[in-house]
Design a protein around this ligand. Sequence first.
Ligand code: RP5
Length: 164
Amino acid sequence: MKKVGIVMGSDSDLPILRKTMDTLASLEIPYECHVYSAHRTPEEARQFALSARDNGFGVLIAAAGMAAHLAGAIAANTTLPVIGIPCKSACLDGMDALLSTVMMPSGIPVATVAINGGVNAALLAAQILAVEDTDLARKLADKRAADTRKVLEKDAALQAELNG
Ligand code: RP5
C-alpha cells in the first residue's frame, strides 16, 4: 500500500496530527510524519514534496497554523493529492489558517478539511487510497457501520433515560 505523508509546520501542531496518525494506524495505513515549515525550512518542505511520489507516498497531508501556506507550498511541488489541515492558533480562532489553506488559486488544489480536522484528514487520505484498494474500502465501510451503531446505542440510552 502507498504511504501517507504527514507534514506539520511546527511541533506545536502535533496534538492535532496525533489524531491523524491514530486514525491511520487504526486502518493499518503506513505513514511518515515530519516537521517542515514553508517559511522556516522551505527547502526541506520543497524536497519532501518533489520526491514524495518516488518515495512511495500516495497522499500528502499538510497541517499549519497562522499564515498557513504549507499545504499550498507542498501542493506546488507534487501532483499527488494534498490535504490541508488549518490549525487553530492563539489569534483569530483558526480563521487565518482556514482561509490561507482553503483559498488556493486555480491550478494547484488543496483539499481542505475543518480547522483542527486531524481525523477527517486521515479518513479522506484513506478514501483516496481506497479507490484502488478493496480491502481498505471494506475497513472504511466497517468503521462507518461501527460509528453508526455507537450513535444508535447512545440514542437508545437517551430514550431509556427520558422515557423510562
Ligand atoms: C505555523 O505557525 C505552524 O504550523 C504553527 O501552527 C504556527 C506557530 O508555530 P510555532 O511558533 O508554535 O512554532 O508555521
